[in-house]
Write a protein of this length. Structure first.
Lengths: 242, 418
């Protein structure tokens, strides 16, 4: 499929919207120069989210390119990256022609591009899953995070599995999303603002004990702050204080 | 004594154990319980020495009645002593676990009166966790040398991982420096656990067992050490052998002086070699031999092996076997797997290899068809060595940043050692 440098798509930023953009390429028989969420000053085509078109893309991808490809696209959608829609479009266009082995054609530039995003999101998921810390506030496990990609949907199953009998609230302040888990139900909702309540005495005690452990477990003769910093990026340094 | 004071003392005595991995078990919380385990392991934090913190690593007690010369907890050392109660350990673990600070507990101990007495206290703590709190997170328990089989059995039912430390790389050194211990006391729990596991009870020490030895306190060579490690993997089916650079804790004519630095680079090289033996199909005797019993300080063991075997190169990445790919510097387990998959779709050139994650800076000397490379390991290994060392110097600055083992909670699949 040819790319037209003069065409820009603008959509609503939803997952189905992104898939509707993919569908539109097949209707138009070309690939746009860019896909935006905010309208630009230059001329653009607005793509209206259409659930049935999105579903057709999902079915087509699953049938022709396989489940793995569908998973890649779902994950890449969560990336904070302006190129993600174009990467998905190119991946689908290549894969629908190439078939099931597209996901194994890791050296193809269009596949490599989408996989790079896929890995970046998974890395952030991992990072968030490792560095997040809870405060126990009013018997709810509360955490505030600021991940670089929208990873709440990806980390939710892990925490549910670990703490099935707890109430959990994780706030992603970068994306203004809140993950709530209570009585077996998980929900992610848009929340403009969230400030956790003050820590009570118990909470203070265990934070203090953790700090004692953390400071004591270092072997001073092996001090290596640079290595520590590489593994504990700044954006996660205050996660635990919620 | 307050919990704070105890925690400080009993963390201080436990911190020299290198094992902090939490991998090897996959499990969801049981009904009405708390906790799960991830087979890949999870690092919750990194301490200021750059080591991963995955488990609450503490001693039951540091009031040890033995006198191992290399150990801070030895009876003759003048340090404050403390002992946790089993309840204290369980409460502390649960509360830190709930806050997601840790993946679980690593419980070790000095010998409190006798091995069995110590093991009984440890069992009590783990039973409170597993039964009262229905704790399903990760537990690593130390097997104290001399513990009776019944108690080892019970510990093994409660713990996911067990370890008994071989401490020093030769029986001779052990005899000299640990007068109360015999090599066979250390190996007995290892053999017991191996045999019990072989009987087929899947829930017994599910994540397997590990051991640790101290590096640089005694005169064994790198060759001695990796040969011993290889033997331990083979004989006891260990999941991990950890190396711990000796940190002087005592004035003793048999040990390095108090002001000597821990041999961190040496430890790093040993971990790299260990990685090569576990995931890259290298044998100890391929990496070192009697004529060269130590690793090259300037070059990692894999590059070092490669420049010493120019006859293997260049490798044709489009046809070579997986095993051969793993031998190419710059190619790791993950990139080798990707090469195997991707080359069936198209011929791989240098740009494609870079996309697959191959470190071309090192690989280019060893493969066919890297465009514009005149220097080849096969033609001029000495010149390639110089180039690699120049690159390694830059890496050396960030020593341990890329450390594959020991500092990571993850010890399983696909560690990279490019
Ligand atoms: S038995 Fe263990 S804790 Fe006691 S002195 Fe020896 S090494 Fe240290």
């Amino acid at each position: 499929m040819k790319q037209r440098q003069d065409i820009t798509y603008v959509y609503d930023g939803s997952y189905e919207g992104m898939l509707t953009c993919v569908f539109r390429c097949y209707e138009d028989k070309f690939i746009p120069a860019q896909v935006l969420v905010q309208p630009s000053l230059l001329p653009y085509s607005r793509i209206f989210t259409d659930k049935s078109k999105a579903a057709r893309v999902t079915r087509g991808v699953a049938r022709t390119m396989g489940r793995m490809a569908e998973n890649v696209i779902r994950t890449v959608y969560l990336a904070d990256n302006e190129q993600k829609e174009m990467a998905v479009i190119r991946f689908v266009v290549y894969g629908m022609a190439a078939g099931e082995h597209a996901c194994r054609d890791l050296a193809h530039p269009d596949v490599a591009e989408v996989y790079e995003l896929f890995r970046a999101v998974n890395r952030e998921k991992r990072m968030c899953m490792e560095r997040l810390k809870f405060s126990v506030i009013g018997d709810v496990l509360v955490s505030v995070v600021a991940p670089t990609h929208n990873v709440l949907p990806l980390i939710a199953p892990h925490f549910v599995q670990r703490f099935p009998n707890e109430d959990i609230f994780i706030y992603d302040k970068a994306h203004k999303l809140g993950l709530t888990y209570s009585h077996g139900r998980t929900q992610i909702t848009q929340i403009e603002n969230f400030e956790p309540a003050e820590a009570d005495e118990d909470e203070e005690t265990y934070r203090r004990l953790w700090k004692i452990f953390f400071d004591t477990v270092e072997i001073k003769e092996r001090h290596n702050p640079r290595c520590q910093k590489n593994h504990m990026p700044g954006r996660y340094s205050n996660f635990w204080s919620a | 004594m307050t919990t704070e004071e105890k925690l400080k003392i009993l963390t201080d005595g436990a911190k020299y154990d290198a094992a902090c991995t939490s991998s090897g078990v996959e499990r969801s919380a049981c009904a009405g319980g708390i906790g799960s385990a991830n087979s890949g392991g999870i690092c919750h934090a990194f301490s200021a020495d750059g080591r991963c913190i995955s488990l609450l690593k503490i001693l039951m007690s540091n009031a040890c009645c033995y006198d191992c010369a290399y150990c801070v907890n030895r009876v003759s050392n003048d340090v404050p002593r403390a002992t946790f109660t089993p309840e204290e350990i369980a409460t502390l673990t649960i509360n830190l676990y709930r806050r997601y600070y840790i993946e679980g507990l690593f419980l070790s101990s000095g010998v409190l009166g006798s091995a069995d007495n110590t093991a009984q206290l440890m069992i009590k703590a783990l039973e409170i966790l597993r039964v009262k709190y229905r704790f399903c997170g990760y537990i690593h328990a130390k097997a104290i040398p001399g513990t009776s089989p019944q108690l080892l059995q019970r510990l093994g039912e409660l713990a996911d991982r067990m370890s008994s430390n071989i401490e020093l790389p030769s029986s001779r050194s052990l005899k000299l420096l640990a007068p109360d211990k015999e090599r066979r006391d250390v190996l007995a729990p290892m053999g017991f656990i191996r045999d019990k596991k072989a009987e087929g009870n899947k829930n017994f020490v599910r994540a397997g067992q590990s051991t640790q030895m101290i590096i640089g306190a005694t005169p064994e060579s790198d060759l001695n050490i990796i040969t011993l490690a290889q033997g331990l993997y083979r004989t006891y089916g260990l999941k991990r052998v950890f190396f711990s650079a000796y940190i002087p804790v005592a004035e003793n004519s048999l040990l390095p002086a108090l002001d000597s630095k821990p041999p961190l680079l040496r430890e790093h090289r040993l971990y790299q070699a260990d990685w090569l033996m576990r995931f890259y199909d290298f044998k100890a005797e391929e990496l070192l031999d009697e004529s060269r019993p130590y690793f090259n300080e300037f070059l990692d063991p894999k590059c070092n092996w490669a420049v010493n075997h120019p006859e293997v190169f260049p490798v044709d990445v489009n046809r070579a076997s997986y095993k051969t790919l793993l031998r190419v510097p710059g190619v790791g387990v993950v990139s080798a797997r990707r090469i195997m998959v991707a080359r069936r779709q198209r011929r791989l050139d240098a740009a494609a290899l870079a996309r697959l994650g191959v470190v071309m800076k090192r690989a280019k000397y060893f493969i066919d068809g890297a465009a514009g490379i005149k220097l080849r390991a096969a033609d001029d290994p000495a010149a390639v060595t110089r180039e690699l060392i120049r690159g390694e110097n830059a890496r050396q600055l960030s020593l341990f940043d890329d450390m594959p083992a020991g500092v990571r909670a993850i010890e399983g699949k696909g560690g990279e050692n490019k």
